[in-house]
Design a protein around this ligand. Structure first.
Ligand SMILES: Cc1cc2nc3c(=O)[nH]c(=O)nc-3n(C[C@H](O)[C@H](O)[C@H](O)COP(=O)(O)O)c2cc1C
Length: 257
């Protein structure tokens, strides 16, 4: 299969076989992952591999009790990490300029680029993944369980293992609605309706086909997909609370000076 075919076949996997991921295969995938570009080639990230069942049971809680945290044989947590780099600076009597928000963003971008490279490598080997947004939302609790030192913050993470389901690829907004030629061209109401026309139908069907989400949607009385996103899934209160948690954790991890 070509790289492009593989990319087009991506779908998140939320159900896994219990089969372990062999060490040699995981090492091969991670070694490919770290070929990603990084800012100044500083590689300011760390990848935490969690296989231990007891640890995964602890992580299951801040991962919002998503079954894949328990069912997948491996959890990977990609952290923004200036701890290692700052230690090296100190050993070399170099000034330390990396205890600020800019440094966090640099490290977070590095971590995210590596994570998606690992996804591509894993999928090319027949493994499946599903990102968990809870990694950032509950970065403080996850950081404590993973014993992260200062200057290390979980940014993205995913379950990894052999798929026990074969879902169809999910829809994407049309390319023309996402790409701007030369400069940004703002959208008319009509454009927005066109871009979201298929999503409005398919996204709604997707949520209504999951029994737990269907129940939440019916109980909330929302009438369309847009309302599902901001009345049920991502409320103002939850987004504000998670924002505060992330900002406080960045400060406590010495990234906000
Ligand atoms: C940063 C990030 C966080 C995500 N968090 C979750 C999650 O917590 N639970 C989940 O089931 N899927 C999660 N997903 C998966 C998305 O729902 C999924 O990628 C999207 O619906 C598109 O589907 P696809 O990956 O199958 O193409 C996340 C994806 C990303 C990129």
């Amino acid at each position: 299969m070509t790289v492009l075919d593989r990319i087009h076949q991506h779908r998140s996997i939320r159900e896994y076989k219990p089969d372990p991921v062999p060490d040699a295969l995981l090492t091969e995938i991670l070694a490919a992952g770290i070929r990603a570009s990084s800012s100044g080639n500083m590689q300011t990230y760390s990848i935490i591999v969690t296989r231990d069942r007891a640890l995964r049971e602890q992580l299951y809680i801040p991962h919002m009790k998503q079954n894949m945290a328990l069912d997948a044989p491996v959890l990977l947590t990609f952290c923004a990490d200036f701890h290692r780099m700052r230690h090296w600076l100190k050993l070399n009597d170099a000034p330390d300029n990396f205890d600020n928000f800019m440094s966090f963003m640099v490290a977070a971008i590095d971590a995210i680029l590596v994570s998606q490279n690992v996804v591509m490598a894993a999928e090319s080997k027949g493994l499946g993944i599903c990102y968990m947004g809870s990694t950032l939302a509950n970065c403080d609790e996850i950081g404590r369980i993973l014993q992260l030192p200062p200057n290390v913050v979980p940014v993205v993470g995913f379950s990894l293992g052999y798929p026990a389901e074969d879902p169809a690829p999910s829809d994407r907004l049309p390319l023309a609605g996402l790409v701007h030629n030369e400069t940004y061209h703002d959208y008319s109401d009509e454009c927005i309706r066109d871009i979201y026309r298929e999503r409005d139908v398919k996204g709604w069907q997707r949520y209504m086909s999951a029994p737990r989400l269907r129940q939440m949607i019916e109980e909330s009385g929302v009438e369309n997909l847009a309302q599902v996103y901001t009345t049920v899934k991502y409320t103002r209160e939850s987004h504000q609370a998670f924002s505060k948690k992330v900002i406080d954790y960045l400060a406590s991890q010495d990234f906000m000076n």
